[in-house]
Design a protein. Structure first.
Length: 72
């Protein structure tokens, strides 16, 4: 989950709005995304642009990019 929402429910197939890849959203705090440390600026970026989650590859890229910018 890329927003601050906490869902509980049946996992669903989602299409990543960034790359078009299909992936499974766990719709809960046990989802794969809950294992990621997502900076506030990444959360804001996603919330401003998308109404759904992004895939692990795109999320990891955004996290990495934010980390690189933070080390300047």
């Amino acid at each position: 989950m890329t927003t601050s929402e906490t869902h509980t429910g049946t996992p669903r197939t989602v299409t990543c709005p960034m790359c078009g890849q299909n992936f499974t959203c766990g719709m809960s705090t046990s989802c794969w995304c809950a294992t990621r440390v997502v900076a506030d600026e990444v959360r804001r970026y996603l919330a401003e642009r998308y109404d759904t989650c992004v895939c692990s590859t795109c999320l990891d890229r955004l996290i990495e990019k934010a980390g690189e910018q933070g080390t300047d």
